[in-house]
Design a protein around this ligand. Structure first.
Ligand code: NDP
Length: 483
């Protein structure tokens, strides 16, 4: 055996990850793909990598030093299960099987259990950054047992993206922790993208600026506190002209957003955990809304403010408005990240993972789509107060939210008054106001629940559980707490 690590699945992600591994000192990489052509191609195109090709699972196992370490990069779901089974047939107890695909964390928990029972180590690992990241340095979110991390840690540190001198990888926690954190990363990405899209839409409709002009605004924002990969590429996309029509590319792209499902997973999981990730949910639903052309056509004549045309802001008014949008975007972004970290905190509590939230924010600073300076502020917040109940109450964020207050409210009000849909901006503000409210109308909900279902309620002034005899004389009785 000559290879210290192997990759199974040589489509774009697997072959790029294999090349990344091969480029690091000390690694010899075994490669295998179900259909032979991909293996032949990869080996032929990259002689410099010194790959050890295998054409059967047996050959693949024979080419790996022990403990064998193999990263699976195939389609999530059934194909991943199939490859795990094949590897267990040819590997030996103690070997390490890593799933680097976009697997649902509950699948990872199930797989880890099954694989461990047969004596193997299983690591579910979130890989972020797409093709480019896989090749030049992804952000890596491995779960799995501590024992596997000993072998795997140095290899992963060598291929991960580097942010401010630190590799973007940390052992997230046991079994499904890595894929859980990767899932929430994607959910946050949905929210961040939707917020940016709303900011663009508000500026365009309210000021009449062209996409190229708005590109300049985003490029400018990218030099300040909003500095991030997503803001940077937004400027690039807005500046692009369509070769065929000469129009801004953004004006000829069909306005129906696709999704591969990780945003929906994040929201579904949050519902199960009882965590209000309203920004991520709105972002996911906004993509769904966009993708129903028949409903949009049927609704297009509904009454409301004129959505296009009309008077636009100009000069200093436009400049002031754009600054308000920037502040509202930053405040809404803080809410979205706070909600995402809240989901990770709740997931860790539910599944018994010991997740260092500050370390998570640090490994997202490089290699992945949401990479940003901003993540350092999150790391600082958790370093100062590890058991922060909710991220947006950290002093730095309180400052930012205080600064953004008035602008945030004006922008949401203007969006509503002008008929410009801004679901993520609006829901972030509603979440903020809900969280800080001294009293919530949840008291009324409890009253209604008690009325129709005798669901009982607690009182603010004494211990115990109570029910009002709504269909009787409406006196209150104390009842046994059944919860
Ligand atoms: P695909 O998801 O398109 O998967 C194709 C690969 O899966 C091929 O190597 C294919 O082999 C293999 N495969 C499919 N079914 C089986 C099976 N039953 N047994 C063995 N192999 C099988 O490839 P990608 O490179 O795009 O993605 C790989 C993984 O990485 C996925 O889980 C994806 O979600 C995840 N990922 C992708 C990112 C991206 O940007 N694309 C980003 C981060 C994660 P064959 O050639 O024989 O058909």
């Amino acid at each position: 055996p000559t290879a210290n690590i192997g990759v199974v699945g040589l489509a774009v992600m697997g072959s790029n990850l294999a090349r990344n591994l091969a480029s690091r000192e000390g690694n010899t990489v075994a490669v295998f793909n179900r259909s032979r052509s991909k293996t032949d191609e990869l080996v032929a195109e990259h002689p410099e990598a010194g790959f050890v090709p295998a054409f059967s699972y047996e050959e693949f196992a024979a080419s790996l030093q022990k403990p064998r370490t193999a990263i699976i990069m195939v389609k999530a779901g059934g194909p991943t299960d199939a490859v795990i089974d094949e590897l267990m047939n040819v590997f030996e107890p103690g070997d390490i099987i890593i799933d680097g695909g976009n697997s649902l964390f509950t699948d990872t928990i199930r797989r880890e259990k099954a694989v461990r029972e047969r004596g193997f180590n299983f690591v579910g690992m979130g890989v972020s950054g797409g093709e480019e990241g896989a090749l030049n340095g992804p952000s890596l979110m491995p779960g799995g047992p501590d024992e596997a991390w000993v072998t795997l840690g140095p290899i992963l540190r060598s291929i991960a993206a580097v942010a401010e001198g630190e590799p973007c990888v940390t052992h997230i926690g046991h079994d499904g922790a890595g894929h859980f954190v990767k899932m929430v990363h994607n959910g946050i990405e949905y929210a961040d993208m939707q917020l940016i899209a709303e900011a663009y839409d508000l500026i365009r409709r309210a000021t009449g600026k062209t996409p190229a002009e708005i590109a300049d605004i985003f490029a400018e924002w990218n030099r300040g506190e909003l500095e991030s990969y997503l803001i940077e590429i937004t400027a690039e996309v807005l500046r692009q002209t369509d070769a065929a029509t000469g129009k801004p590319l953004v004006d000829v792209i069909l306005d129906q957003a696709g999704a591969k499902g990780t945003g929906a997973w994040t929201v579904q999981t949050a519902l199960d955990l009882g965590v209000p990730v309203s920004g991520i949910a709105e972002a996911t639903f906004a993509r769904s809304l966009s993708s129903h052309p028949e409903q949009r056509a049927a609704a297009s004549a509904l009454p409301g403010p004129e959505l296009s045309g009309g008077e636009v802001l100009a000069g200093e008014d436009a400049a002031a408005f754009i600054e308000q949008v920037r502040l509202a975007l930053y405040a809404s972004k803080i809410v979205a990240y706070s909600q995402g970290f809240d989901e990770i905190r709740a997931g860790a509590a539910q599944y018994g993972w010991n997740i260092d939230l500050g370390a998570v924010s640090k490994i997202w600073r490089g290699g992945c789509i949401i990479r940003a300076q901003f993540l350092n502020r999150i790391a600082d917040a958790y370093a100062a107060t590890p058991d922060l109940p909710v991220l947006l109450t950290a002093p730095y964020f309180v400052d930012a939210l205080t600064r953004a207050q008035d602008s945030w409210r004006s922008i949401v009000a203007l969006a509503a008054a002008s008929g410009i849909p801004a679901p993520a901006f609006s829901s972030s503000l509603a979440y903020y106001d809900g969280l800080r409210a001294e009293r919530l109308p949840a008291a009324l909900i409890q009253g209604q629940r008690d009325f129709f279902g005798a669901h009982t309620y607690k009182r603010i002034d004494k211990e115990g559980t109570f029910h009002t005899l709504w269909s009787g004389d409406r006196t209150e009785v104390e009842v046994e707490d059944t919860h």
